[in-house]
Design a binder for this molecule. Structure first.
Ligand code: C5P
Length: 228
């Protein structure tokens, strides 16, 4: 069984909104609705665990009822950071889960074909895989934010997206290890990489943008207008 965990408990402070980010409308529908609909349409996804801001759980339940989502197995409260939210989601997965797909609610334009491609790559290698894009910019590293320390070889740089797919035991072990060591990461692959486990890169999709700043909402609307 494949279960998707959708961390959606972020505050969206960088979007200057009083609503949590996942509930901000994108072309008339809350962001989380776009994201969940993509997973509802993806045949390899069996169940969904939504991780909501604590005070908006009933709003998420209402959206699930109104939109007649078929795959939602649980809606749980998020934690203080993304990693904690995913951990809370892991606790609520159905026991039969073999593969976990973690996907940020903040990437509402994800396509079912990308979800399937990452899942297939994870199955092939047996550990896990992530969507990522090759970097087209020249990348500078700075230790103090003022002076350039070095230029990285962009041929070797990939920008991580979600979905990220992992075998369930591996992802749980990686989270447990991070908790034990007080390590915090900005994606799930980082936690698995530290265990020395190989993970596959799958060519991501430039339209699978992460909504972070107000301009990203305009970009998302433009992408949707082009695709309709
Ligand atoms: O803040 P950022 O855009 O990196 O968040 C990535 C994803 O993690 C978003 O979908 C956000 O809702 C989620 N998140 C969460 N719990 C938090 C912080 C972020 O579920 N405490």
């Amino acid at each position: 069984m494949t279960t998707s965990i959708i961390p959606a408990a972020g505050r969206g402070t960088r979007l200057n909104s009083s609503l949590p980010k996942a509930l901000i409308p994108v072309v008339g529908k809350p962001m989380i609705v776009w994201t969940v609909e993509a997973f509802e349409r993806t045949p390899i996804v069996d169940k969904l665990v939504l991780v909501a801001p604590n005070e908006f759980i009933s709003k998420f339940e209402q959206l699930s009822r109104e939109n007649q989502w078929q795959k939602v197995a649980a809606i749980v409260a998020g934690g203080s950071d993304r990693q904690q939210s995913v951990w809370n989601g892991l606790q609520a997965m159905p026991d039969e889960t073999d593969w976990v797909i973690v996907h940020d609610a903040a990437r509402p334009l994800v396509k079912p074909s990308l979800i399937v491609a990452v899942w297939e790559a994870a199955n092939e290698i047996g550990t896990g895989a992530i969507a990522a894009l090759p970097c087209s910019d020249t990348v500078k590293r700075s230790l103090d934010g003022v002076l350039i320390s070095e230029t990285l070889d962009r041929e070797q740089i990939w920008l991580a997206q979600t979905p990220q797919v992992f075998s369930v035991d591996l992802l749980i072990e990686a989270h447990e290890q991070a908790i034990k060591e007080g390590y915090s990461a900005t994606d799930d692959a980082m936690l698995v990489e530290r265990l020395g486990i190989p993970l596959r890169l799958v060519m991501g999709d430039p339209t699978n943008i992460k909504i972070t700043h107000p301009i990203d909402l305009l970009l998302a609307e433009a992408i949707i207008a082009c695709e309709l």
